[in-house]
Design a protein around this ligand. Sequence first.
Ligand code: C2O
Ligand code: CU
Length: 440
Amino acid sequence: MHPLDRRRFLALGTGLATLPLAPAVPEAGPAPRRLLAAPAAVELDGGAARLWAYDGAFPGPLLRLREGESLRLDLENRLDEPTNLHFHGLHVSPEGRADNPFRVVEPGQTAEYEVAIPPGQGGTYWYHPHPHRRQAAQLWRGLAGALIIEHPLDRERPLADCGELVLFIKDLELADGLPASHARGEWSRGKEGAGIYVNGRLDPQLEAPSLRPRLRVVNACNARYARLALEDGRPFHLVALDGHFLERPQPMTSLLVPPAGRADILVPLEAGEPARLVLRPYNRVAMRSPSVPTVIATLLPPRGRARPGLPDGLVPVPALDPAQAARCREVVMAMSYMGHKGAGCGTAQVQTGLGEMEVWEIRNVDTMDHVFHLHTWYFQVLARNGKAPPFRAWLDTINLRPGERVDIAVPFTGFAGRSMYHCHIAEHADTGMMGHIEVV
Ligand code: C2O
Ligand code: CU
């Protein structure tokens, strides 16, 4: 039994183990919002482009909710192929009209989505299509947007004084005004574009709300790794990863955000001095990595204000005890394959019990980096190559270098149902690096 939630533990003990435990009743909320997925003409810094877009915008509209509310969307599919929605990183039901990656919304159909956001989910997320074997193409052509769930801490000082900016990173490459199509080798390398767009712009000038703005960074690229830094190398503080606050701010000078990962950072600014945010080179093998840092955005400090202090404590992150795990599984990642190792052969479908914690030993046996992503449930890293991580964090996405082994602990709590894990280099997910998991 996992040690996280005493109430759920007690409920399991009283014979409710097969029932997903309902989150607090969501507020009635406003009428559903329509979200249109369709080809759209978009004015980009690189020229006019014909993309696939949500509501005609690149990136799609920013969705903002509070914990306890319900996200209600009517997805209208005016593409010429099936699509659907995935609310990446949210710990919500994988079934029915919620975050169900198996749902198929045919061209011409409108599908209702209703996702109840339980308390404790406040953070930085995103949404993107997740249709079988068409994820890479739809994401590449522009279908993605940010999803922010407000956390009670956001309204407290000093975070409230910091203010925030969402930086939604998405690379793109155009050929004759259209997203360049995949060359054959890009299905194994993963597709990257030379244009690194932040909120749909190249090197946007962003007016910071304070001298220590909080940047909510989303890497929505198919395959590009974002090794974030300030151009002058100044330290910044990481306060949240993958939508979850850390226990306390962590100082650093660069941070690798893999495809689909999110990072909330606090950046100290000097009055009157713009600060440039860059992506530093990162060699993920067999890739077209920029050889020099690329400026992706410029932060303009506000006039005449004091810099907000740093929060000293954020949110406790419980230590997970691997000795409490119901079982341990080995997961192998390699091109075209991802699955659990059982009696000498891989199996892509596994079953586990609601309320149980598992340890997964993930091995990248390949010659390039891969990004492990688990839907619905989130995890903590116990060890990377046998070494404990420098601080505890809840994650839904973790990068593995070639030959690396990462041990994670996953409490399968809160929601039962069928869901997935896969490599989040979108091309790899589409070409077979995906497995299913069922929690019963
Ligand atoms: Cu963003 Cu299946 O994932
Ligand atoms: Cu991969």
